[in-house]
Write a protein that binds this ligand. Structure first.
Ligand SMILES: [Zn+2]
Length: 202
């Protein structure tokens, strides 16, 4: 990912979109007593004004990176090794989990492990429609090869709430979290090809 380009493109009014993901989503992590106990540790060092609740989960803003095509991304504060669940039914489009490198600066951005799920293709009335009607969810900062534990492979169909991987520090990251985002095609109008959508959870 080219951070210079991201900074430049973020000003494009295209990315000011407040559109929502069109279907209610399952949270990509599960609530538990263990997780709640971890929260004070996970939140250490995060300025109070950057912390917020999304449902039962503590999240943090990342004002310098959740911009432009990543505007509505959510950072769920969870410890490394947390199981990640598919937020909606769909198809596994991309698995990139070969990395075990991470660091606190943009030069580590390409070391990110992530999984992308495509969704609308299974709602067949849009399958042959324009790209604007295709939607994706993406799960970032995953542990190396962690999808194998759950037998997840590219092109697999997954159900909402199905475990797909575990979190792990990879890429540009300085604290344990799951970076979750939903997006749709921008129809060729921007340099990143996607528009960030506001996730709407069940
Ligand atoms: Zn993030």
């Amino acid at each position: 990912m080219n951070y210079e380009l991201l900074l430049k493109e973020a000003a494009n009014p295209l990315y000011a979109s407040e559109r929502e993901y069109p279907y209610p989503l399952v949270y990509p992590i599960r609530d538990s007593a263990e997780l709640r106990l971890m929260i004070p540790i996970l939140a250490t060092g995060v300025p109070n004004e950057e912390l917020f609740l999304q449902g039962p989960f503590l999240c943090c803003q990342s004002p310098s990176t959740h911009i432009g095509p990543f505007r509505h991304a959510i950072d769920f504060l969870v410890p490394n090794g947390t199981i990640v669940y598919a937020s909606d039914e769909g198809r596994v489009e991309t698995i990139r989990t070969a990395s075990d490198r991470w660091g606190p600066t943009s030069e580590y951005a390409d070391d990110l492990n992530y999984i992308t799920l495509a969704h609308t293709t299974w709602r067949t009335h849009h399958y042959f429609g324009p790209l604007e009607y295709h939607y994706w969810t993406q799960y970032c900062h995953l542990a190396k090869d962690s999808e194998r534990e759950f037998g997840i492979m590219v092109s697999d169909r997954v159900k909402a709430g199905q475990p797909i991987a575990r979190t792990g520090k990879t890429g540009w990251i300085d604290r344990d979290h799951l970076h979750f985002l939903t997006f749709m095609s921008d129809g060729g109008r921007g340099k990143f090809g996607v528009i960030s959508l506001r996730p709407r959870f069940k």
